[in-house]
Design a protein around this ligand. Structure first.
Ligand code: UDP
Ligand code: MG
Length: 307
């Protein structure tokens, strides 16, 4: 029988893992594939690892990987995909925000409609702070305009993939990972299922607002070099304006003489342009720092314990 590995990144999820396990088992009781769980304990500081050990004692279909520290969700997902061996792989969060019932529909679309993978998106952001939704929408708008991959608004990491898709994703072995972009980048026929936002079954979100902003910058830097082009264009436009201004001042001085005036505007201009300079160097710096990390070629994750 073909096997489906369910990969679940977990960071401090002791409360939610038992609920998750029960809910998925219940949803998949008539599932035609053999299922196997692969939990990735991403350096949790609570009892997540204990809960996983107990579960795997009880049920031989439960496997886990424990990373040597918290590497972040991206690294945890990569670790899970890399160590999975099912013909099909489902990637889902531990907190039951991803409805397990959808797995049946996903498999149906792959089996009967010929898709290579089935992804999901939230149609709303109910229960989320409005400021977070606003910034998320701005981020997707920017990505649509500047990135060369198809980014679907509200896309989740929750998806089912055939082995061939998983292998392609593993092949993209970059250190600065932005999976939502990588999933689109590898291509393949993808069906999108929509669902309404759900609240976490228990526990707390691991993403602070600041972490999300950082994650968005990661996404932009990883999938677009447009900010570098903007920096150069802004530089050229201002050089041109400065040249025109200089000509104007030169000719005016020839005609009317050169009384010293206007230093406040000069001070403002100096501040503005130094700011702009720093901003553009910052953009370049971001790309250099990402390349630096990439060149070092460090492993994306380190496994401490495995079962
Ligand atoms: N997660 C992880 N490593 C981290 C942060 C999160 O493995 O450093 C996991 C977490 O345990 C959960 C999933 O990623 O299964 C999504 O996290 P969360 O629910 O906190 O994010 P949100 O749904 O609020 O975006
Ligand atoms: Mg969540």
């Amino acid at each position: 029988m073909e096997k489906c590995t369910i990969v679940v990144p977990c960071y401090n999820e002791e409360e939610v893992i038992p609920l998750f396990y029960d809910a998925v088992n219940e949803a998949l009781c008539d599932f035609p594939l053999e299922i196997e769980y692969l939990f990735v304990n991403d350096g949790s500081s609570d009892n997540t690892i204990k809960v996983l050990r107990e579960l795997s004692e009880k049920d031989s279909r439960v496997h886990y990987l424990s990373l040597s520290r918290n590497f972040g969700k991206e690294a945890a997902m990569y670790a899970g995909l890399k160590e999975s061996d099912g013909e099909y792989v489902v990637l889902m969060d531990a907190d039951l925000q991803d409805p397990p019932e959808l797995i049946l529909q996903m498999y149906d679309a792959i089996k009967n409609e010929g898709y290579d993978c089935v992804a999901t998106r939230r149609v709303d952001r109910k229960g989320e702070p409005p400021i977070r939704s606003l910034f998320a929408n701005i981020f997707y708008l920017i990505m649509r305009v500047i990135a060369k991959v198809n980014m679907v608004p509200g896309a989740r990491d929750f998806r089912m993939m055939k082995r061939i898709v998983v292998n392609a994703i593993i092949e993209v072995g970059e250190y600065n990972r932005f999976s939502k972009g990588i999933f689109g980048w590898v291509g393949f026929d993808t069906k999108w299922l929509s669902f309404e936002n759900r609240k976490r079954a228990a526990g707390k979100t691991k993403w602070s607002f600041f972490k999300l902003v950082q994650y968005s910058i990661e996404g932009i830097v990883a999938f677009s070099s447009a900010p570098l082009v903007w920096a150069s264009i802004i530089g050229m436009v201002f050089c041109f304006l400065a040249f025109v201004g200089l000509m104007f001042l030169f000719i005016r001085a020839l005609i009317f003489g050169d009384p010293v005036s206007g230093w406040p505007s000069l001070a403002c201009m100096i501040t503005f342009f130094s700011g702009l300079n720093l901003f553009c160097s910052g953009i370049i710096g971001m790309y250099i720092s990402k390349s630096y990390l990439e060149v070092k070629g460090r492993p994306i994750y380190i496994v401490k314990e495995k079962k």
